[in-house]
Design a protein around this ligand. Structure first.
Ligand code: NAD
Length: 367
């Protein structure tokens, strides 16, 4: 069988810095676990604009469609802020998501014990927290028509439309149920069925899909209550499935339960390809962090954990994914901290490279 293939799009700002540390983990897997990835690299975002005048070249898009998984760093930066909307770095990212039809966005909110003091909530509320939010990513109010700003009765009116087909709700629901099956078998679906017809349809379709997953305990919650419950008692959740808009907000809210932006991975999955693997892109949640670019301060953990998600969800290498996560847990427990993880008590932060090396050493020690 062909080697699994990966396209690395490191992007802008700290993207290439954190990706360098991921490349070490990829090599480690080849040397120690007998899995050699066919890795190719290309440009996205401002880096692609500088070379091609567009934030994602067609040839890069074609490559992304062919590989088993895309690993993306981050895009954007002040040099590109004044570009026309159509060629802004973020458009490269949106094109990848749209053309690969990545409809299920997986955002884990996991609290490593060593960082439980970092949360804005009391440590006992978040210690051991492990939630997965599945956000529908390709439809809903961010894409619905009609949209725009027009004049009515001499007044400007802004319009966006929340629109979901049952097929769109169903395919995301299946992804969420499948995930719940691999976890604690609990799924909470969140919408606003009390005030939105699309919410009523959402609830109906998710309930229908649940017939195929009798082992999964399904519950429904209004999204506003969901937000309250996330900060009141987050450990009650296992998998949460919600729409594009609510998912955007709820996943950011859940993310902050865990501390730093530098710790948060994500995956965006689409339909299975001919080889059975889903179309997939993995990326840290954070942006290009221009304020710390080139200073060796970036935390590479979010990007490394994104690769761990690739191992689990694209390559069926759950054991290897757990090894990477355990290595991260170990270095944090041993006190290794990049600058973003320094608490009020202070200490000496380690660099991006040192954090990557510490994770490799922990992998080596555990192997
Ligand atoms: P950001 O995520 O880049 O940075 C926010 C803050 O978090 C900064 O202080 C930064 O130093 C810090 N931070 C982020 N990642 C870190 C890491 N790995 N380690 C340590 N500290 C980290 O968000 P922003 O400042 O709002 O945006 C900067 C640029 O990134 C903008 O051009 C924005 O459009 C872009 N952006 C891109 C993505 C993406 O590529 N997915 C996401 C968000 C923002």
């Amino acid at each position: 069988m062909a080697n699994p293939s990966l396209l690395i799009l490191a992007g802008d700002g700290i993207g290439p810095e954190v990706m360098d540390e991921v490349k070490k983990v990829i090599s480690w897997m080849g040397d120690n676990r007998g899995v050699t990835f066919d890795v190719s690299e290309d440009l996205v975002g401002g880096a692609a604009y500088d070379k091609h005048g567009v934030p994602l070249a067609d040839a890069t898009m074609d490559k992304a469609q062919e590989v088993d998984a895309v690993l993306l760093g981050a895009v954007g930066g002040p040099a590109y802020d004044d570009l026309d909307f159509s060629v802004k770095p973020e458009r490269g990212l949106l094109r990848l998501r749209k053309e690969m039809d990545l409809f299920a966005n997986l955002r884990p909110a996991q609290c490593f014990d060593a960082l439980s003091d970092f949360s804005s909530l009391k440590p006992e509320l978040v210690a051991g927290l492990d939630i997965m939010i599945v956000r529908e990513l390709t439809s809903g109010v961010y894409f619905g028509e009609p949209r725009g700003i027009h004049i009515e009765d001499n007044m400007r009116v802004g319009v966006n439309t929340q629109r979901y087909t049952e097929a769109e709700i169903e395919r995301g629901a299946r992804a969420a149920f499948e995930l719940a099956m691999k976890r604690d078998k609990k799924l909470c679906s969140m919408e606003k069925a009390n005030v939105m017809e699309s919410g009523i349809l959402w609830r109906d379709v998710v309930t229908e899909v649940s017939a195929d997953y009798p082992q999964v305990e399904l519950s429904h919650m209004y999204a506003d209550n969901g937000a309250m419950q996330l900060v009141r008692a987050p450990k009650q959740f296992d998998v949460i499935y919600t729409d594009n808009l609510f998912g955007d907000i709820l996943s950011d809210c859940a993310a902050m339960l865990t501390g730093s932006l530098g710790m948060l991975p994500s995956a965006s999955l689409g339909l299975p390809m001919a080889n059975g693997r889903p179309k997939a892109m993995y990326e840290p949640v954070h942006g290009s962090a221009p304020d710390i670019t080139g200073m060796g301060k970036a935390n590479p953990i979010a990007c490394i954990l994104s690769f761990a998600m690739a191992l689990r969800y694209s390559f069926d290498m759950g054991d290897e994914a757990t090894m990477v996560e355990n290595a991260v847990e170990k270095v944090l427990a041993d006190g290794a901290r990049t600058a973003d993880l320094m608490g009020p008590e202070g200490g000496t932060p380690i660099s991006t490279t040192q954090m990557g090396d510490a994770i490799l050493a922990a992998l080596g020690a555990a192997a």
